[in-house]
Design a protein around this ligand. Structure first.
Ligand code: ADP
Ligand code: AMP
Length: 221
C-alpha cells in the first residue's frame, strides 16, 4: 500500500522547507500545489493564468480545478510508493476528494504532521522568504540565509520574493487559512493520523520531530 504524508500548517509554517528535506530522506516525491500553479504561471498556461487570479489576492484556487490537477499528478508512476503533500489538501472538500483518490489507488494518508507557528512569526517568515527561480529552493533573509546574497546555494539561480508574500496579501492568506484549512485539523485528528509539531524550533529540530512520527515503511529510501 502506498503511504502519503500530508504536511498541514499555516502559510509560512515551514511545509515546503520540510517537504524538500523529507523528500530527499525518504525518496518520496514532494507534491506542492503552490509550486505546480507557479510553474503553470511561468509557462503561461490557461491553468496558470486562472490560478494567478486567486493567488495574487491570497484566495484559494477553486476545489474542482485543484483536485483535477492533483489527480493527474498522483496518477504518475513516481507516486507508486506514496508522496509528500505540501499545501494540499487545504479545504474539507479537497481532503474528502483525496481520500477517494487514494482509496482508488490503494493508498492511504499515513500521518499528518501539523506544523504549528504563532501568527506574528508567520508574518516575519513570509516577509523575509526568498525563493529560487530554477527549482523553488527556499531561503530566509535572516533565519536561513543563502551563502551568497541573492543566489541559490543549490543551483546558482537568482532568488526572488514571491508577489503574494507582500504584507497585504499575507494577511488575507492567513485569514483564508484560519477559515478554510483549520477545519482539517479536527478532520485528521478524528481519523487518528494528526501529529502536532512545534514549528518554532530550528529547521533540523522540526525535521527530527516529524521523522519520529513517520510510519516505518516510508523511512527507507
Ligand atoms: P510554507 O511552505 O509552510 O509556506 P516555507 O517552508 O516556505 O513555509 O517557510 C517559510 C519561511 O520560513 C521561509 O523563508 C523559510 O526559510 C523559513 N523557515 C522555515 N522553517 C523555519 C524554521 N523552523 N525556523 C525559522 N524559519 C523557518
Ligand atoms: P503556497 O505555495 O502553498 O503558499 O500556495 C500559494 C497559493 O497557491 C495559495 O495562496 C493559493 O492561491 C494557491 N494554492 C496552493 N495550493 C492550493 C490548494 N490546495 N487549494 C487551493 N489553492 C491553492
Amino acid at each position: 500500500m502506498s503511504v502519503f504524508i500530508v504536511l498541514l500548517g499555516a502559510p509560512g509554517a515551514g511545509k515546503g522547507t520540510q517537504a524538500k528535506i523529507l523528500s530527499q530522506k525518504t525518496g518520496l516525491p514532494q507534491i506542492s500545489t503552490g509550486d505546480i500553479f507557479r510553474e503553470h504561471l511561468k509557462n503561461q498556461t490557461e491553468l496558470g493564468k486562472l490560478a494567478q487570479q486567486y493567488m495574487s489576492k491570497g484566495e484559494l484556487v477553486p476545489d474542482d480545478v485543484t483536485v483535477a490537477m492533483v489527480r493527474e499528478r498522483l496518477s504518475r508512476p513516481d507516486c507508486k510508493r506514496g508522496a509528500i503533500l505540501d499545501g494540499f489538501p487545504r479545504t474539507p472538500a479537497q481532503a474528502e476528494a483525496l481520500d477517494v483518490m487514494l482509496a482508488e489507488m490503494g493508498g492511504k494518508v499515513g500521518v499528518v504532521p501539523f506544523i504549528k507557528v504563532p501568527e506574528d512569526e508567520l508574518v516575519e517568515r513570509l516577509s523575509g522568504r526568498l525563493i529560487c527561480r530554477a527549482q523553488g529552493h527556499i531561503f530566509h533573509k535572516k533565519f536561513n540565509p543563502p551563502k551568497v546574497p541573492g543566489i541559490c546555494d543549490y543551483d546558482g539561480s537568482e532568488l526572488y520574493q514571491r508577489e503574494d508574500d507582500r504584507p497585504e496579501v499575507v494577511r488575507n492568506r492567513i485569514r483564508v487559512y484560519l477559515e478554510q484549512t483549520m477545519p482539517l485539523v479536527s478532520y485528521y485528528r478524528e481519523k487518528g493520523v494528526l501529529v502536532e509539531i512545534d514549528g518554532t524550533q530550528p529547521i533540523e529540530k522540526v525535521t527530527e520531530a516529524i521523522w519520529a512520527a513517520l510510519p516505518e515503511e516510508v523511512k527507507h529510501a
